[in-house]
Design a protein. Structure first.
Length: 351
């Protein structure tokens, strides 16, 4: 493949999931495509992974439901990549843990949506807080030292007050890192109402959020837990955290997209609610890795144009940064336009 090098590939193994999470778009769309990636198709991706640092085996489903998850991890490790995924813990019993350890998994994240049964179970329907907590404790006790674990906590107005307590839960479970994230794919008005970040100035709510963040940080220091906090106020960024300049997403069908949010497993278009308005968004892909090589896809004119929009934004930001370093007053600062499909994505507003 020559000079092409990637930081991370996110590969969707399945779109099936036993949960019915309130913040997921699955129940919004009746044409949800339930499917597992065939192992023969996964092997078509394998040769390219020598040029990828990290492989994240997840998409819109529960990766542990894939019948060949252990074999796939073993195959990825054979290419020299770091590999892992985020899970609801569904089906993660002791025998499966042992198989994951033997296959050489490098990291695993556990999804929580509350620090109590009442809150977690009401958001992640069909998930049980106590069962998940016991699973994480067992995993922490059994795992080899080199395997990294973390908790992923999707913050909503309904559960934001439990952020400090969740840090204590992590410590109790033997997990030393917590990643707090915002809901990005807002597809119905309940989700819009529940998003924890602020699109418009709400001073009383902002005061509450700031107090919760302060308490969360102090609790993390007390328990020696590393935490990652998202922004709770919008600020436009040059390149979103998905970073399409170095990363990409491969769907269960082999379609290559810049990120998971641009290719949900539905037929064609989807609705985004962005800062109080509905927008129809078309799915975006630039080729299929089951039938084309990655260099052909990556170098396709439309994909280059997509990335060039972000390169222009990155250059503009660096120009501003250099002016500030030189203590020069910059002119009115405006980022170049992002790709059309990214204009209504909260990731580009830094949350």
């Amino acid at each position: 493949m020559g000079a092409l090098k990637f930081n991370a590939w996110q590969i969707e193994l399945t779109t099936r999931c036993p949960l019915r999470c309130a913040m997921c778009l699955k129940d919004t769309y009746k044409d949800w495509h339930r499917k597992d990636m065939e192992i023969d198709n996964f092997t078509k991706i394998l040769p390219y992974l020598k040029d990828v640092k990290t492989v994240v085996l997840e998409g819109w489903g529960e990766s542990l439901m894939h019948p060949h998850i252990i074999e796939i991890i073993d195959l990825v490790k054979s290419q020299g990549c770091e590999v892992g995924f985020v899970t609801s813990g569904f089906g993660l019993d002791e025998p499966i843990m042992d198989k994951l350890f033997m296959a050489g998994i490098d990291f695993i994240g556990f999804s929580f949506s509350g620090a109590t049964s009442e809150i977690h179970n009401s958001i992640r329907i069909n998930s049980d807080f106590n069962t998940l907590l016991n699973t994480v404790k067992m995993f922490s006790e059994k795992k080899p030292k080199q395997i990294e674990t973390h908790i992923v906590y999707l913050v909503l107005k309904k559960n934001v007050h439990e952020m400090p307590e969740l840090v204590k839960v992590a410590a109790e479970a033997g997990v030393k890192e917590v990643v707090f994230i915002n809901i990005i794919h807002v597809t119905n008005w309940w989700q819009d109402k529940e998003k924890a970040f602020i699109c418009f100035e709400e001073k009383p709510y902002k005061k509450i959020i700031n107090q919760i963040i302060k308490e969360t940080i102090n609790t993390a220091k007390r328990y020696k837990i590393m935490i990652h906090l998202p922004n709770f106020s919008i600020t436009e960024v040059a390149i979103c955290s998905e970073n399409p300049l170095e990363n990409l997403y491969i769907s269960v069908d082999g379609d290559v997209s810049p990120c998971v949010y641009l290719n949900p497993p539905i037929q064609n278009s989807f609705i985004r609610i962005f800062c109080g308005k509905e927008y129809k968004t078309d799915k975006l892909g630039f080729g299929n890795i089951f039938y084309e090589d990655i260099e052909t896809i990556w170098c396709r004119e439309e994909y280059i144009e997509f990335r060039n929009r972000f390169l222009a934004r990155k250059r503009k930001f660096m120009d501003l940064y250099n002016l500030l370093l030189e203590q020069k007053k910059p002119a009115d600062f405006v980022f170049p336009e992002p790709p059309e499909s990214c204009k209504t994505c909260y990731k580009l507003l830094g949350v």
